[in-house]
Ligand binder design. Structure first.
Ligand code: ATP
Ligand code: MG
Length: 560
């Protein structure tokens, strides 16, 4: 994607940047970053932040770094780093050689901590975590000074160095900023910014046994990288005074932090901690399960990068928290695939149909349109023969008034083929279930039109039994039964037991023989489907990306 293709809709952050450019702030330079913590896979909420940070850099001819905020070795893994890189590339963004890690700055961060100690702005504290909690106070009561707060600079320097050298037990000492235990903002009550933790880091190995806290590492890393506009979600608003304090006390470059509302989406959740729990407790088959709101899950489900970027444009960027309807995300993928996906016929729940007056060994090759939205996509041949499959749902023996599809004695159109009339219904002797239909066809209606102008009320999709390929189709619905699953006591309380339905014996038209993982199709009348990575020529597997029914259009209409 070239930067000319990116133009994100106007929002309050762009207004601030326009103003900064007008005032020649930072000499008009724009530098942003996307700063994931490599402790999970990226989700659709992260896409909002990625599109914003990269989008702004592209649009203002600035730069956007990818920086891993890897300060917590116990939760971070190289697997996550790799998945994050793959997902951002897939979304269409590029950071050239500007791939950084907060761990690149561990030496610098240590030096800056020493500088704060020398300035009398930081001290080594021996309080345990429990004691520290007691001293911290509450929202309504001020905290109490640590008894170690007044250690001399020399003692602090000595202890901090010995912390680094591994002389003390994990958790036995911390380095704290000396700010104000009575501050109304709890983040300012002498926060810990270095802890002792013997854990192997995914990049620095066992070199360090002290690690900087996120709040300290994040703002200083932004400063080191010369980030002009540090865009983050609203929960960091209360941390901004602490970031300001660190940057001011250190006297280093001061990025401007701007907070925006995070994306919340109905019927799903965005917290990486909870997504990890879904994976660990086997509610899903991994981070890239097509039911997950992760980018890898959406990709496997069949979402395109364009549809996700469009979704991010549509939801916009604002200061106020809100929850976006899942139907909007579905609208965006439908809109994209409507333009690009090849149409094919597939039968998910096959019902055998014998055309009694059609010659045994004959095959017709009928012309079918590949994509009515794209004339360039051309046509293909679809084979028709004596034995076909149609969808079980498309027949009713005793149809109610509004059921216009096939029924005994009724004539309908088989798409691109012929008019057929149902003459007999064959049932299983024991269960009474309909197992086969007998129909006659009208050879005059080849292609799907009758020369005498006779009308039918339904057009059904079908496949030729002799030519069809077997396929497994996986149908997905929401992972949760509740619109806002995070209100549940525990994660499993709103889990939808039917979120995955596997149909092992579907029949698809022979044009799908070469379909390979990632290919996307519209199965006529059924929805959009994509080929799963589990698929092989001997065992085709399709995921339903989204149904054709457009609930978002209905919602929009209802709101008008
Ligand atoms: P989670 O709550 O899922 O664990 P996080 O904020 O801890 O997310 P990070 O890896 O720190 O995850 O996120 C990287 C960036 O993505 C941050 O700047 C964060 O503000 C942003 N981000 C995370 N979730 C969302 C969201 N739902 N909407 C918009 N931006 C988000
Ligand atoms: Mg975070």
């Amino acid at each position: 994607m070239s930067s000319d293709e990116i133009k994100i809709p106007s929002n309050f952050i762009k207004h601030i940047i326009d103003e900064d450019i007008k005032n020649k702030k930072n000499d008009g330079k724009i530098q942003t970053r996307f700063p994931p913590e490599p402790n999970g896979y990226l989700h659709i909420g992260h896409a909002k932040s990625i599109c914003l940070n990269f989008g702004i850099a592209y649009e203002y001819k600035g730069l956007c770094n990818l920086r891993f905020d890897d300060t917590n070795p116990s939760k971070e893994e190289a697997e996550y780093v790799e998945s994050i890189i793959e997902d951002i590339r897939w979304l269409g963004f590029d950071w050239a050689d500007r791939q950084y890690y907060a761990s690149d700055y561990f030496d610098k961060l240590y030096e800056y901590a020493v500088q704060l100690i020398k300035a009398g702005k930081a001290f080594v504290c021996d309080l345990s975590a429990d004691e520290m909690r007691e001293y911290r106070g509450t929202l309504t009561e001020p905290g109490k000074d640590s008894p170690f707060r007044n250690r001399s600079v020399e003692e602090n320097l000595d202890l901090f160095e010995r912390m680094k050298n591994g002389e003390f037990e994990d958790g036995s000492k911390t380095l704290r900023a000396k700010i104000d235990m009575a501050s109304g903002n709890i983040n300012m009550r002498d926060p810990v910014f270095y802890r002792i933790q013997r854990a192997t880091h995914h990049r620095t190995g066992d070199r360090w046994c002290i690690y900087p806290m996120y709040d300290y590492a994040h703002c200083v890393s932004d400063s080191i990288e010369g980030i002009t506009h540090s865009l983050c979600t609203l929960e960091f608003e209360d941390h901004r005074p602490l970031y300001d304090w660190f940057l001011n006390e250190l006297g280093i470059f001061h990025p401007q932090q701007i907070e925006f509302a995070r994306l919340n989406l109905t019927y799903t959740m965005m917290s990486k901690r909870k997504l990890l729990q879904l994976v660990k407790e086997n509610h899903v088959h991994g981070w890239n399960d097509p039911r997950m709101p992760t980018l890898s899950g959406l990709r496997r489900r069949g979402y395109t990068p364009e549809s996700i970027r469009n979704f991010c444009d549509r939801i916009g960027v604002a200061k106020a928290e809100s929850t976006v309807d899942m139907a909007l995300l579905e609208y965006c993928i439908r809109e994209d695939l409507n333009k690009s996906a090849m149409r094919v016929m597939s039968v998910l729940n096959p019902l055998k149909v014998v055309i009694t007056n059609y010659p045994e060994d004959q095959t017709d090759e009928l012309d079918a349109v590949n994509n009515p939205e794209d004339p360039e996509a051309g046509t293909r041949k679809v084979p028709f023969s004596k034995i076909l499959y149609i969808e079980k749902d498309d027949f009713m023996e005793d149809p109610p008034k509004k059921f216009f599809r096939l029924a005994p004695g009724r004539e309908i159109r088989l798409r691109y083929a012929y008019f057929v009339t149902c003459t007999d219904v064959i049932k299983d002797a024991q269960s009474g279930e309909v197992i086969e239909l007998h129909c006659t066809y009208d050879p005059e209606t080849k292609g799907g039109d009758s020369p005498d102008g006779r009308k039918v009320k339904a057009t059904l999709h079908w496949v030729s039994a002799r030519h069809a390929l077997d396929a497994e189709v996986r149908l997905y619905s929401n992972l949760f039964t509740n619109e806002n699953p995070e209100t549940g006591d525990d994660l499993s309380s709103f889990i939808n037991p039917d979120s995955l339905q596997v149909l092992p014996s579907c029949k698809v038209e022979p044009a799908l023989a070469d379909a390979s993982p990632g290919n996307r199709f519209q199965f006529e009348r059924l929805g959009y489907f994509s080929v799963d990575p589990d698929s092989s020529p001997d065992h085709l597997v399709f995921n339903r990306t989204v149904t054709l029914r457009d609930t978002w259009a209905k919602i929009k209409k209802a709101k008008k």
